[in-house]
Design a protein around this ligand. Structure first.
Ligand SMILES: NC(=O)c1ccc[n+]([C@@H]2O[C@H](COP(=O)([O-])OP(=O)(O)OC[C@H]3O[C@@H](n4cnc5c(N)ncnc54)[C@H](O)[C@@H]3O)[C@@H](O)[C@H]2O)c1
Length: 265
């Protein structure tokens, strides 16, 4: 995944930014892109988590730099872009950081909760993409990968801010693909179903799952097993690769078939 030659003939280092890299899908994506040769900027709001991922990758002989940032704040996003600019040529931006506060019916959703979910899940995609655009547009093969969810396409009870934010990511990705095409920057999204990450268990608890149910959650995936973060990371890596150069503006569902089946009534 390392980049092409610079003007002086030296091979440029290819840089990928991954937000939410401290754990879960972001961490797996950072590992996958680093294994492909990119220098990964591991961004997380939690400093220790960003550092831990970057240290793990460096320990495995990869290139990685930790970056503490709250991607719902524009100044933080500008700082992340500056860090990336010092490392090489930024070709890949993965907007994966997100929050999923379930268990809140419409009448209980506070204005603060709604705004926070949209700031972290949606505004961050705009802010990070805007901050990185000049660098991404400097080449002719850059890509932004955004993290949507099956909640963009089908509803579970008591998930309004999350579902609306993920629907917005699908629309924003489409818009970015249209607006950034002249700059040769692709924009794609991934919509996972249930993935085995810490937040999945928190979310299931919020929706009223018992601890026994949590114990069997792992066997509940549509194919009889729950996706690992690496199952999503592999799809992100493909979409970010030059092999996927004609995939643009679309959302790839990675749900083991969850959305394909009608419930028995
Ligand atoms: N886990 C699933 O089943 C699932 C399914 C569909 C979509 N998703 C989406 O995938 C993404 C990652 O999910 P996950 O389960 O790995 O989540 P997670 O909670 O395990 O990890 C999210 C990471 O993002 C970081 N983060 C949160 N807010 C941030 C902010 N403002 N700035 C910077 N970093 C921040 C957290 O510190 C954490 O390290 C999210 O966008 C989520 O909505 C997850």
């Amino acid at each position: 995944m390392t980049g092409g030659s610079g003007a002086d003939g030296e091979v440029e280092v290819e840089v990928a930014i991954v937000t939410g890299a401290g754990q879960g899908i972001g961490r797996a994506t950072a590992a996958r892109l680093a294994a492909g040769g990119a220098h990964v900027v591991c961004v997380d709001r939690v400093a220790d988590a960003a550092e831990r991922t970057a240290a793990e990758l460096r320990g495995a002989g990869r290139r990685a730099t930790a970056c503490t940032a709250d991607v719902s704040h524009g100044v933080d996003c500008e700082s992340v872009a500056e860090v990336a600019a010092r490392l090489g040529r930024l070709r890949v931006l993965c907007n994966i950081a997100g929050i999923s506060p379930f268990s809140t019916g419409i009448s209980e959703v506070t204005e603060e909760l709604w705004d926070r979910v949209f700031a972290v899940n949606v505004k961050s995609v705009f802010l990070m993409s805007r901050a990185c655009l000049a660098q991404l547009a400097a080449g002719d093969d850059a890509v932004v990968v955004n993290m949507a969810s099956v909640h963009a396409f089908a509803a579970l009870e008591e998930s309004a801010p999350y579902a609306a934010s993920k629907g917005a990511i699908v629309a924003l990705t489409r818009q970015m693909a249209v607006d950034l095409a002249p700059a040769k920057v692709r924009a794609v999204a991934v919509a996972p179903g249930a993935v085995d990450t810490p937040s999945s268990y928190t979310g299931a608890l919020g929706l009223g799952a018992s601890t026994t149910e949590l114990g069997v959650l792992k066997d509940r995936g549509h194919l009889g097993w729950l996706a690992e973060p690496s199952d999503v990371a592999e799809v992100v890596a493909f979409l970010a690769s030059r092999t996927a150069r004609y995939v643009n503006g679309t959302t790839v569902v990675v749900d083991g078939g969850m959305l394909a089946q009608l419930p028995r009534s």
